[in-house]
Design a protein around this ligand. Structure first.
Ligand SMILES: *Cc1c(COP(=O)(O)O)cnc(C)c1O
Length: 235
């Protein structure tokens, strides 16, 4: 194992954990999902040694490769799917995916429900919302999700446990903050009106904006770059 590399990753994670305590009002419920989509297997080994278990990937194939690499000895890893998920690929992850962050249409959700039934398990999912109505962006337009909610409430093998969002492409922190804050309000409103408090997770915040996300109520942050790179990060 490359000790220097391990030290770097360890330091970066320590900083993020500190930030969680500084910036979140509820640090005890916040989970760090390490985004391993660009990480070398050696780096994932290091993460594992450091005790991290929640990994995020945006390609079905990548999860499969990493799982094969870690075969059996490390079957306590919790895989999070964070990318655009094609319907026909759900079957490859349905057996043991921990959380799907990126549910953005009913047809995808129905397939997850179907695969969950097949494997006799309840798959947890988040609804990805395109809250700033950006064109070309993944995620539900809010009005469309509202129309689909009755269908979601009927599902038994897909359980929606929260919402996910990506910040708009801007370097203006105040715009980002407004978007995250809207997501928090939306979560509360949906909980009151439809979900009876079952929406407990708010997945938002990446390397560049996780501090703002924590301040606005994120319970899951998805961080990649900042964990694996030398720091040039302090804003
Ligand atoms: C890549 C990715 C991340 C991590 O981004 P970084 O800027 O590397 O921290 C988080 N969420 C999603 C959906 C991603 O695709």
């Amino acid at each position: 194992m490359n000790e220097k590399r391990k030290k770097l990753i360890e330091n970066n994670i320590e900083k993020i954990n500190k930030d969680i305590h500084i910036h979140s009002k509820t640090p005890e419920v916040v989970k760090l999902v390490v985004v391993t989509k660009f990480a070398e297997l050696e780096d994932v080994e290091i993460l594992y040694e450091l005790g991290l278990r929640d990994y995020g990937e945006n390609k079905v194939q990548k999860i499969k490769e990493k799982k094969e690499y870690f075969e059996n000895k490390k079957n306590d890893i919790k895989w999070n799917f964070i990318g655009n998920l094609q319907k026909n690929k759900v079957k490859y992850i349905a057996e043991d995916i921990c959380l799907i962050h990126s549910i953005n249409k009913l047809s995808l959700a129905s397939e997850i429900e179907k695969q969950g039934k097949k494997y006799n398990r309840v798959i947890k999912g988040l609804i990805e919302i395109n809250i700033s109505n950006e064109e070309g962006k993944e995620g539900y337009i809010l009005e469309e999700f509202l129309e689909d909610i009755p269908e979601y409430l009927k599902m038994e093998n897909l359980k929606i446990v929260g919402l996910m969002a990506m910040a708009p492409f801007t370097s203006d922190d105040e715009i980002i903050r407004t978007v995250f804050s809207k997501m928090k309000k939306l979560l509360e409103e949906l909980n009151c009106r439809f979900f009876k408090g079952e929406l407990v997770e708010l997945s938002m915040g990446m390397s560049n904006d996780y501090k703002i996300a924590l301040e606005e109520g994120a319970t899951i942050i998805r961080v990649g770059t900042k964990i694996f790179e030398e720091e040039k990060w302090e804003k």
